[in-house]
Design a protein around this ligand. Structure first.
Ligand code: AHR
Length: 508
């Protein structure tokens, strides 16, 4: 859902990049003060039957890039390089009108349907078998939300049987007849999409949705008890209250493994600092939802964990259906995505899955123009996190200058998360310097163990905040540097409007 900003114009910031004098800051990390394990599923993605994401994106038999099954090899390569750990499909709003049996069997006999979420015609060329074999090719976990809008709990149950059961029953045999004997064993399933939203086909109130999701969940888990289920949390925070989450969880507490959150953000008032400050919202939503999860688990004595799946997030404010949601991202969007990733790493104890929406062309980190793939600015922070940020999230002390905008006061210019991976004894510090014109020199104190004498710094920056990439030019991308560490405390100068990832080893 594209949300309207509630922020008012307050400051207008130019795109000056003159680094006058550096500001000073302090960062302290102690690798013994861990927050929670960073789940690799934080680095997930999403492909919806929408615009040029599936047709003309991942799948395009007419392209010079197509493999024998019609899937683009360049998209597959860039997806692998991006480290996509889990891929959500087929929607989104699309799934609430989708009947999965339309998309199996011989392609020529599949029906064409009016698609009401985005106002198109769905040819059903890519369906369950095509998608699941695609996920296998790119070595990612598939994640399927079922249709709880116009669909039935029976359809949901049968979809699990089709994908996961050994042959011997009707839907598993149908899968075999369609060419796939071995079950796909899809572990992650969703119970509908954004069911709180009036824009959703078959939207429901919290009680009705909670009851329906519970009945679907029972049947799905009875078919395959090993699956993990995500229940729809509140997607439209400005239009509702967190009460939705409490009601829904109270119904489905015994079956839900995750509750979903969605968050779309952007520079809606053309005010850079307001945009950066608004990135506090995901953390506010995480904290509220974590509180409600704890309350429900305590009240009903639920032993098992329930986590947050942020299964849609991204920058989305420039384009609508007419533009097929083909946003072009700039440097500030890359900084916003890095800040979002910092928020979920800082809350790794409760956020265990996240999916940027979406993979290609549609609000996406990669685009195809004239049959050529290119990388948007937002590709690079995603790639850095998914490549390097694993192990334990580490509590990090940050003291830096702050700024005020209309709705947020005392916002730190530096936004930081960190991780320590005991497997390779590597500390990763993820630092966004949100200052529009000044570098910030931070004294970084390592409080436990002996750091190596040098480290690697990856930096994403560009001359102007509104710099974009294109099919011809990569203005915003990652550059690699090295830096020295002299003793327990060292200084690092974070350039204005940049994202930096510092990596070094610590021996205990
Ligand atoms: O990602 C685009 C759309 O945003 C999804 O279909 C929907 O779930 C959300 O509102």
């Amino acid at each position: 859902m594209l949300r309207k900003s509630v922020l008012l114009p307050f400051l207008t910031i130019g795109v000056s990049v003159l680094n006058a004098q550096s500001l000073k800051a302090k960062i302290k990390v102690d690798i013994e003060r861990t927050v929670g394990a960073i789940d690799s599923l934080l680095y997930g993605n999403f492909t919806e039957h929408l615009g040029r994401c599936i047709y003309g994106g991942i799948y395009d038999p007419a392209s010079s890039q197509a493999d024998a099954s019609g899937f683009r090899k360049d998209v597959m390569d860039a997806t692998k390089q991006l480290g996509v750990s889990i891929l959500r499909w087929p929607g989104g709003n699309f799934v609430s009108g989708y009947h999965w049996e339309d998309g199996i069997g011989p392609v020529a006999s599949r029906p064409k349907r009016k698609e009401l979420a985005w106002g198109t015609i769905e040819p059903n060329t890519v369906g369950t078998d095509e998608f699941l074999q695609y996920a296998e090719k790119i070595n990612t976990q598939p994640y399927i939300p079922v249709n709880l809008g116009t669909g039935t709990i029976d359809e949901a149950k049968n979809w699990v049987e089709y994908c996961n059961s050994d042959t011997g029953t009707y839907y598993a045999n149908l899968r075999a007849k369609n060419g796939r004997i071995k079950p796909y064993k899809v572990k992650y399933w969703g119970l509908g999409n954004e069911m709180d939203g009036s824009w959703q086909m078959g939207a429901k109130n919290a009680d009705d949705y909670g009851k329906c999701a519970l009945e679907a969940a029972k049947l799905m888990k009875w078919v395959d008890p090993t699956i993990k289920l995500t229940v729809c949390g509140l997607s439209y925070w400005s239009g509702g209250t967190a009460e939705w989450n409490r009601t829904v969880l109270s119904h489905i507490k015994d079956y839900a493994d995750y509750i979903s959150l969605h968050f779309y953000f952007g520079d809606r008032t053309n005010n850079y600092l307001e945009y950066m400050a608004s990135m506090k919202e995901p953390e506010n939503e995480i904290k509220q939802t974590e509180g409600i999860i704890n309350e429900v688990r305590f009240k009903y004595k639920i032993e098992k964990s329930i986590y947050i799946a942020f299964d849609e997030y991204n920058v989305w404010y420039r384009t609508g259906v007419e533009e097929k949601l083909e946003e072009k991202y700039d440097l500030q969007d890359a900084l916003a995505v890095a800040t979002f990733l910092n928020s979920i790493v800082r809350n790794a104890q409760i956020v265990k899955m996240a999916n940027i929406a979406q993979l290609v062309n549609v609000i996406a980190p990669m685009m195809i123009t004239n049959d050529k793939l290119w990388k948007q600015t937002t590709y690079y922070p995603l790639q850095l996190f998914a490549t390097n940020c694993y192990g334990e999230s580490v509590n990090t002390y940050v003291q830096s200058d702050t700024f005020n905008v209309a709705n947020y006061k005392g916002v730190s210019y530096l936004d930081v998360s960190s991780s320590y991976n005991p497997k390779n004894q590597t500390l990763v510090l993820n630092v966004v310097n949100r200052h529009p014109s000044k570098a910030i020199e931070a004294a970084i104190e390592n409080q436990f163990g002996i750091p190596d004498k040098k480290g690697i710094a990856y930096e994403i920056n560009s001359a102007g905040l509104k710099d974009q990439n294109s099919v011809n030019e990569q203005k915003v991308k990652t550059i690699e540097k090295s830096f020295s560490i002299a003793g327990k405390t060292f200084t690092y100068n974070f350039p204005a409007h940049s994202f930096t990832q510092l990596i070094f080893t610590i021996k205990q």
